[in-house]
Design a protein around this ligand. Structure first.
Ligand code: SF4
Length: 85
């Protein structure tokens, strides 16, 4: 498998500002519940969401994560487990 990253979205703490969905609409969308969703992501029992991206999609998702005012978007290197943001 190509190098990839895990997206971890701490959805319960998302304030629904919409920035991620504007910056990276292929990966993030606003839900009717007023919060963002990782497109194609998995809902975890604790309300968080997990997704996966390839290296080529890292930069745009990093930009989305950096734009999040409450820092609830995290990117984790799949191989090393390093939390990049
Ligand atoms: S940028 Fe952060 S707070 Fe804003 S909608 Fe996206 S995840 Fe939620």
């Amino acid at each position: 498998m190509a190098k990839g990253f895990k997206i971890l979205h701490d959805k319960p703490n998302c304030i629904g500002c919409g920035a991620c969905a504007v910056i990276a609409p292929k990966f993030w969308e606003m839900n009717d519940d007023g919060k963002a969703d990782v497109i194609g992501g998995k809902n975890m029992p604790d309300g968080k969401q997990e997704g996966r991206i390839d290296q080529k999609d890292f930069d745009i998702n990093l930009e989305a994560a950096e734009s999040c005012p409450v820092e609830v978007i995290h990117l984790i290197d799949e191989e090393t487990g390093e939390k990049i943001i």
